[in-house]
Structures are given as C-alpha cells and as structure tokens.
Design a protein around this ligand. Sequence first.
Ligand code: ADP
Ligand code: MG
Length: 713
Amino acid sequence: RRVTGAQVRSALEHDLNPFTKQQHFAQYKRILEARKKLPVYSQMDEFLEIFKNNQIVVVVGETGSGKTTQIPQFVAYSDLPHTRGKMVACTQPRRVAAMSVAKRVADEMDVQLGRQVGYSMRFEDMTEAGTTFLKYMTDSVLLQEVLDDPTLSRYSTIILDDAHERTLATDILMSLLKKVAKTRTDLKIIIMSATLDALKFQKYFSLAPASLFELPGRTHPIEVFYTQEPEANYAEAAIRTVLMIHRGEGPGDILLFLTGKEEIEDACRKIKLEADDLVNQDPDSVGPLMCVPLYSSLPLSQQQRIFDQAPKPTMPNRPPGRKVVVSTNIAETSLTIDGIVYVVDPGFSKQKVYNPRIRVESQLVSPISKASARQRAGRAGRTQPGKCFRLYTEKDFMTQLEEQTIPEILRCNLSNTVLQLVKIGVTDLVRFDYVDRPGPEALMRALELLNYLAALDDDGNITPLGSMMADFPLDPQLSKMLIISPEFNCSTEILAITSMLSAPSVWIRPPNARNQADAAKASFTVPEGDHLTFMNVFNQYLTNKGDKRWAYDNFLDMRALTQAENIQGQLERTMQQNDLPLLSLTDKRKLFQNIRQVLVCGFFMQIAHKEGDKGSYLTVKDNQVVQLHPSSGLDSRPEWVVYNEFVLTDRPYISGVTEVRPEWLLEFASNYFDLKAFPDGETKRALQRVQNRRLGRAEDSEISAVSKPRKNK
Ligand code: ADP
Ligand code: MG
C-alpha cells in the first residue's frame, strides 16, 4: 500500500467517482475547489507519508483547518478499506458533529449519506453493512462496540477526533487502543486534536516526534473586548451585545455561545423580535437579521441551517443582512461555520459535574476555561480579522478561569464505564493505564453501585446479570430494570418508561400558550408518579399514531416521541437477544404496583423521604434537602419517592418522581437498606418502624412513633 498524493489528486480530479463508478454531480467540482483551499489539502503528501510510516499518528491543527472532513478521506484513499471489507472509523465527542460532518463528507465524496459514508450514534445507525467504509460515530458507540469486538477487527484505521475535549469515552478508547495496537499491528490509529495537547498524547503513546502531523494555524487577528463590570445576567447581556453589534459593526456573521436548548431558543426569539423592530424603524441603516439555533437535539436538517447564507439586503442600496448563530459548545471546536466575524462569549457552558460523596452527577452551567475562551475567540478570525466580546471582566478572565477544562473522567459518574471495563476483562481498575487517573473515591462509588445492583459480586467479578447489563447502551440502573422486569410481569411497561427516559423531553411549552400546554400535560398525568405518566404518554402516542395532529394538539414533541419509539425498538431487540420476554398484566392496580417495584430495584439509591410537613424531601442516606421539580406531576406529596434525576439549578430539585412504598425498599434492596449500617436520622427511624411492622411487631412501632421526641420547628 503506497498511495501517493499525486494518485489521490488524480483520483479526485477524475470524471468518474472511484467509489460508485458514476459520473460526478455538478456540485462535486465546486466543493472540491473549496476543499483545495483548506490548509490540510496542501499537506496531503506529508500526511500520507507520516501515515504510511507510523502505526499511531497525532494530528494537531486549528479548528477549521480541515482535519475532521479531510483526514478520514485521505485515510480512505490510503487504506482502500472497501476493497478489504474493512472500515475507517472517525469518532466525535458529540452527536451533532457526527451527523453533520458525515453529511458534509458524503457530499464531498459525492455519495449518498448512509451508504459509503455513514454515521452511527446511540440509538441511531445510518450505515449500510458491507457498503459503508467511512463511518463517523460518537466515541461512546465505538466504546460499546469494543465489548463485542475487542480488537475492533472491522476497522483498518481508527481516528479519535477532537481528543482535546477529553470526553470519558475518548479517554477510555485511547487506553484500550494503546493496548490493541500491540496485538493488531495492522491497525492504524490517529489521534486528532485542536489545541496543542499533542505532547500529552504523544507521551501517552510513547511516540516518536516523526509521528506528529502539524497543520499551521491560519487565523486572522482578533480583537478581544471585556466588560468593565461583571454581568448579573449573562443571557440578557448576550442579547444586548448581539443587537449592539448588529446596529453598529460592519458586515459579518455573529456566533453567540449559550448553554442549552431553552436558553438558546429563548435568545433567538428575543433577538429576532428586537432586530425586526430595528429594521422596521430604520431600514436604511440596519440590515435584516437571521437567527439560527444550534444544539444537540435539533434534527439534521435544522442543524444544517447554520451553513445558510446571511439574508440579502431588503433593497439594493440598503445594508447587508446578517446571520446570528446561537450555539452550545458544539460550535467551539466540533463544527466550523465560515463567515463568522463576531463572537459573543458569556463565559459559560453546561458541564457534567459529579460529587462522589453524595453520588450526584448533574449538568451544571459552569464557567469555561481559558483554553475554551481562546477557542471561542478563535472562531471570529477564520476568514478575516474579527472581534470577540467577552461578557466578563479581564480580571475575572485572568484570575477566575481555570487554565484547561478538566477532563470528564475526573468529574463524572464512572459506573457505566467501570462495568464496560470489567466486562472486557480489566481487573485492576486502579492501576489501569488511564490518560488521567480518576479519583479513587469516584471508582469506589462506581464499584459500590454496581455491587449493590448485583452487576459485580463482592470480589469485583462481573456476574451474569452484570454481563447482560453491559449489552444495553444504558445506565446500569436502567438496564437492571429492563432485565428484571419480566419477573414482575411488566417488561412492556418498563421498556416504554426506559425509552422515554432515554429520549429528549416530550413536553412543549410555548411562551404564548403556557396554560394550554400545562392543561394538556395535566391530562396525561398519572397520580402515582411521573414514570407512569411517561408510560401513559408513550402508549397514547402509539394508539394515536395515525393522527397527524395528535401530538401537536397535545403540546407534545413529535420528534422526541418518534425517537422514543425508535429507542424502544432497539432496546426490544437487545432484550430478545437476551431472551427477555415482553410481559404485561391486565389488572391495572397490580401492574402499576409492579412497575413501581421495578423502579425501586433499579433506582433504590435514588430515594427521597418527605421531611416533616415542610414540603421538601431528604435524599436517603446522603440527606440532601431537595424539592420536587416544578415539572413533576406528583402533587400528592407522598412520604417516599424514587427519582430519576437530581437537578441543580437555582436550588436542588429531584425530577422524574414516583411514589414508592417503604417496605419495598427493605424487600427489594435489603443490602442497601441495611439499617444497621444506616446513618441516624428521621429517615432511619421511619424505616425502622416499617421494619418492625414487617416483623409483626406493630405495637412496638406504634409506641416508638408516639414516644419519639418531636422536633419543634
Ligand atoms: P477541523 O476539523 O480542522 O476543525 P473541518 O474539517 O471540520 O475542520 O472543516 C473544514 C471546512 O469544511 C470548514 O471550513 C467548514 O466551513 C467546511 N464545512 C464543514 N462542514 C460543512 C458543511 N456542512 N457545509 C459547508 N461547509 C462545511
Ligand atoms: Mg474537527
């Protein structure tokens, strides 16, 4: 295999598509001309040489230099995977990037997306067995594949893209690939990174300097502005800044970084309203503005709108239009939007934060790192000199921001990963060859949870149950529920609930129809709990599928429901492979009770107990004071609840909440609710009373309940 740059270039210029043997479409040549202008294109020969001579290559280059779209194609020309029944994999930390880049590369190669070029992510596979040879995929999907195929025998080259993002899955894949590379000498590995972390990766793989492929930076100067005072409300400040730019600055598109879907949709609406006002008032000095949101749950077609051209002037001699992209961190490094001249950076992103002491993982809006802030600013100087408006003070930038974003492995719940590692035979989790070693407490918590779930035995060995759990692309609590649900004759229902919990939220609450939306939601609410409400919505969706208006009329997100149904189908297949039947009961009372019992079997570590009559709850064992999230339909305030998520916003909440009986805690999770080892407090006393009743000493418990000293407050 000695493909040269000259050969690749001649293949690219050929009239026939080498992969389909078809005549190229007209747009092929146009796109090819754009590709030739990318920095990476002029270094094709150098890349092919380094790639040929090294098993593991590190590629470093500025965002937008063409790494993600071009390198995998160069590799495909070099490997010719389709002639050998193999594939080239290119992982992405984010779903949006996997999809969007695959689409772009399919266009560049002039093939249909999902055929020669495809993408794969959890619950969504757009590849064709035997045809796809270039596969963009999320890093977690590749990690899941390792469980069935430890040497990744399907692939000729694995490219780990955006490795600098240091997601948990990419980190673990680096460790596993380091090992696989020793036995599979034919497997090529490329680590791609945007910032200059190259040295860290080179060291980790003990690579020679010659295995580094560096792309020159190519950014124009960027002027950075700070605020004089800290901003109290960054979202409002961001909207103000965008409008200020639109009114006062020269032509060029704007990229605004916000943290999540609601915030982004809200900002888009407000920016659009105000900008339309401006244009109406003063059409001669303000151009039209188009505002495009970008976040992960958007469908591909809407994501692609970020690449649309800014609007034309309303009349020939009037100011040009402007595009504003309001995006999550996706646009920081994974996707490059040409034409951005202004960046507005409020300095926040949503980040996973795990507190092993109280076993709580949450998505928190947190300050970004300096490295992130620099990346964001860099997005302004891609095509011409640009400006970056930071909505924080220079002093805060210097003194408050961390140098680098902390790798995910150091700040997330590891239970899923630990189960996967144990399944593929990693026995010593502490001494495993991590890129960055997680804290012992986080590892302990993961092992402890898996042990309580009976996925690992007391010696840390995987049990048959644990092995089956690892087959499901789900958190261990959910896979445990699915696996035991047939024993409770409610696997059909648990499957529906699990699918709904794995899909985006189905509730729509438009600002101009909040009351109607709330009323619609109330009509689905099952009094015993949100999990049953989810199931109810899902079942009604299936019944009303023929009716196109049903979801709309009920303020439900059709896309999320379709996705839930798709997830249900896939999980059902995994259940079938593991001989797990779909069962149900006709006695509704019994059915609802069994469902709630299964919830306890999976989520016994997420139980909360009502705290006196203050309306708040205490999480069991960790004693965090929490409120029921406003989105919960559980109005009866039962004494004991199981919850799906701990949500930290203005204060701690629990969401996805369902009533449970305390005796189930003792019956189905007796190891965890071992009262001898339980912290003292109201919760323990309440459980003790239940325990006594269970043991038939009802009288004793009455007495202790009465004689218990009452707290005065
Ligand atoms: P890197 O991975 O180095 O950040 P990419 O390969 O993602 O760079 O991007 C290279 C170029 O391809 C960018 O200039 C970008 O504008 C262009 N590009 C990527 N996706 C699309 C798309 N969907 N439509 C138009 N241009 C695109
Ligand atoms: Mg990239």
